[in-house]
Design a protein around this ligand. Structure first.
Ligand SMILES: [Zn+2]
Length: 237
């Protein structure tokens, strides 16, 4: 009886070691994906900041163009006014004044456009500031995260080394037939969480199907290599 119990305890301990190894290996293999996600997110934020800056530049350029227009029209207006000084007949004089007046109106319209653009500029500038702050925050967060991930991976690699040794030692305690069967089931379907499972009432702890009275009886007696006929899991009760 004592011997029958031993295989179970030893195999359960091996499975516990395997489970830790699985978790650590998972951390190691998922690190590059996590890094890539963080980098992609950073790239998106960077692109958003660049786009916001481009908006600022566009509006600044429009304002500059408008100011240049206003200057040009103002020079023209002054020239027209200057001409009124040397004009002799009344109708030409009136025509020149009307032209100067029209130019003044053009200036007024451009200056109004300029005011609207100034307001828009304030808006896009504050958006840019916001995006820039978000980007800076993301950069430091990602740097921190990358560093943490590297440390975590390093630690996991060390732990994997330690636990692989433990596993090897634990495996020597287990009958080779039991070990082979366990290893095969554990590796099936691209790697399972567990190959040895306690019964859940009268159901398999893995596939949850109801077991036969004989299977349950064997599991209860803890006969080695008792397995679920449906999924092949080693079972005990
Ligand atoms: Zn099963």
């Amino acid at each position: 009886m004592e011997q029958i119990q031993d295989w179970l305890e030893d195999l359960l301990e091996l499975q516990a070691i395997d489970s830790r190894l699985d978790r650590m290996n998972e951390q190691i293999t998922s690190a590059p994906k996590q890094k890539k996600e963080a980098q992609d997110n950073l790239d998106t934020q960077q692109a958003a900041a660049v786009a916001a800056k481009e908006e600022v530049r566009k509006i600044e350029l429009k304002i500059k163009d408008l100011a240049a227009d206003v200057e040009k029209i103002e020079a023209q207006r002054l020239k027209v006014l200057d001409q009124t000084n040397s004009v002799k007949d009344n109708s030409t004089y009136k025509a020149l004044l009307a032209e100067a007046d029209s130019l003044q109106k053009q200036i007024g319209a451009k200056e109004e456009d300029e005011l609207i653009l100034m307001e828009e500029l304030d808006g896009v500038k504050s958006i840019f500031k916001e995006k820039q702050a978000l980007l800076q925050e993301a950069v430091s967060r990602v740097e921190q995260m990358m560093g943490d991930l590297d440390v975590r991976v390093e630690n996991c690699k060390k732990q994997v080394g330690i636990f692989a040794e433990k596993r090897e030692e634990q495996a020597t305690k287990i009958d080779s037939e039991i070990l082979n069967r366990y290893t095969r089931i554990k590796a099936s379907n691209g790697g399972r969480k567990a190959a040895l499972l306690e019964l859940n009432g009268d159901k398999c702890g893995f596939c949850h199907l109801k077991l036969t009275a004989q299977e349950i009886n064997q599991a209860q007696k803890r006969v080695a290599l008792t397995a679920c006929a449906n999924c092949g899991s080693l079972i005990y009760k």
